[in-house]
Write a protein that binds this ligand. Structure first.
Ligand code: SF4
Length: 511
């Protein structure tokens, strides 16, 4: 409804003769999906939620003309009913640390000047003019940044592999093929701050010695593609992208490749195969993309959020970045908070915050005062975290130890009414239909596991099914060719680990 609001707001400003004095900025997503459409009045930061067309005249008359806040449109805490007047005082934002998202919801993503005015491209200029490529890689290594796409591989180390690889031509690729159900982190960054991703790729290109980049973005994200196109054109116009950038002899061009929506194309080798114009199927590794990637050339591949962290690291230094987070998981992480939680939306928190804080403080607790049951983290490749693990710090290693994984950042909260066997079946149905069929463990294993799960859900399972399911899950995890197959049993294995009684209840109930 935001577009219509802008039109109504323009009309109202015109009526009051305010069009010269008050500027409307259309921003990307502000993250607080539950309360949208949002309107912020600057410079006071007055924060209006769930604004409808019919509210606009009152905001203009009472606030913009009269200087009085419209109380009824302020955010109210769902538990206490307390209103929050400014953006910063809303509990949803107060405990976040919006480092990657700092521009999202604040600047016009279609105006490069607004990005530059907020320190945009300062990291790239510093890297290009004051640092050697090796110093840039060293700084990224110092920051401790790990890939935000799921596996958590150290970014600086990956860059150094590509830098050291021999080849006359190298590529930088951005994975924007976000496909997990319930995940929209990359989409929001691309729509709200596309230049941050371009800047991260430029810094990477300079560091690894590449002159060409590709952004592989799913075609289901038309606004993200549109804003990327505008951002690339503006960066070229400003001489930030192109040949001989700032007369340094450094050349860098970025192209967009729209993916057709296959989940497996988020796997790095399938993604590269798809850019090459072939059917997106994973390849056997090694060789890894750092040695033999796009068109057989050394290629650096990171996801949207990883690249969007890089400008901050260059601006503030790797040492400063490394002060955020835990010993082995540095910086912040963006999560898409969805499901049965009061404050659904996009949140960015320092690594190491507990899941309890994310769900109950930032998320405002469970809808309708119901009891928390579990949160599915990491989408169809992830696992469930039950109540007893809510105080675990959210970082790569703790989550893996708990049988889940960071994944790209989808968080689906479930309450006491959710059947965990159904949840496992939902995610397995998704991965089974997205399995590309190249390797036997995943092609056959996902089908057989789904058959067993369906049998259990239909009340026709038996106790032996549980052992078969667990054994099959471990075999597929250990033998599948790519990450999709290696992680798709996670929802089954983690629900069997923490909620086996629900499987048993399904089996016993039939009798
Ligand atoms: Fe294809 Fe699944 Fe094998 Fe990956 S694990 S190559 S998706 S069949």
């Amino acid at each position: 409804g935001s577009r219509k609001l802008v039109e109504v707001l323009q009309e109202e400003l015109q009526k009051h003769g305010l069009t010269d004095k008050i500027k409307i900025t259309i921003t990307g997503c502000h993250g607080f999906c539950e309360q949208g459409p949002l309107m912020i009045v600057e410079p006071d930061k007055t924060f209006y939620v769930r604004v409808q067309d019919s509210d606009v005249a009152e905001i203009v008359e009472q606030n913009l003309v009269g200087g009085q806040v419209v109380e009824r449109l302020l955010y109210k805490d769902p538990n206490t009913g307390e209103p929050a007047e400014t953006y910063e005082s809303v509990p949803f934002y107060a405990k976040q640390q919006r480092l990657v998202l700092h521009n999202c919801g604040h600047i016009n993503p279609e105006d490069v000047a607004e990005y530059i005015a907020n320190d945009g491209y300062a990291g790239f200029v510093k890297a290009l003019l004051d640092m050697t490529p090796e110093e840039v890689i060293e700084d990224v290594k110092k920051s401790g940044l790990r890939g935000r796409g799921g596996a958590g591989f150290p970014t600086g180390m990956k860059w150094s592999f590509v830098r050291q690889a021999t080849g006359d031509k190298k590529y930088v690729v951005c994975n924007a093929d976000e496909g997990d159900p319930g995940a929209f982190m990359d989409r929001s960054v691309l729509e709200g701050d596309p230049h941050a991703v371009l800047e991260g790729m430029l810094i990477c290109g300079y560091a690894v010695g590449a002159d060409e980049g590709y952004i592989y973005v799913r075609a289901e994200y038309p606004l993200a593609i549109e804003r990327l196109k505008i951002a690339i054109a503006q960066a070229e116009q400003y001489g930030i992208l192109g040949d001989n950038i700032f007369n340094t002899g450094f050349n860098f061009h970025i192209k967009i490749k729209a993916g057709a929506g296959a989940f497996v194309c988020g796997e790095e080798t399938a993604l590269l195969t798809s850019i090459e114009g072939n059917r997106g199927m994973p390849r056997v590794r090694p060789p890894f993309p750092a040695q033999k990637g796009l068109w057989g050339k050394p290629t650096n591949l990171n996801n949207v959020e990883t690249y969007a962290n890089v400008p901050y690291i260059l601006r503030h230094g790797g040492d400063n970045y490394a002060k955020l987070g835990t010993e082995k998981s540095k910086g912040t992480k963006i999560f898409a908070l969805t499901g049965k939680v009061n404050n659904t939306g996009l949140v960015e928190v320092p690594m190491g915050m507990t899941m309890r804080d994310i769900i109950f403080t930032i998320g405002g607790g469970i809808q309708g005062g119901k009891k928390y049951k579990a949160v599915q983290i990491g989408g169809p490749s992830g696992g469930c975290i039950p109540e007893e693990n809510l105080d675990l710090p959210v970082d790569y290693d703790s989550l893996t130890a708990a049988g889940a994984m960071m994944g790209s950042g989808g968080l689906v909260v479930m309450d006491e009414t959710t059947c965990m066997v159904d949840v496992a079946r939902f995610f397995l149905t998704f991965t089974q239909s997205e399995s590309c069929g190249k390797c036997t463990p995943c092609r056959e294993g996902t089908k057989r596991m789904l058959e067993i799960l369906t049998r259990i859900c239909d009340g026709e399972g038996n106790m032996e099914d549980l052992d078969t399911l667990e054994r099959l899950g471990r075999v597929v995890k250990n033998t599948a060719l790519c990450g999709l197959g290696q992680t798709c049993p996670n929802p089954i294995l983690s629900t069997l680990r923490y909620f086996k009684d629900e499987y048993i209840a399904h089996i016993r109930d039939k009798r």
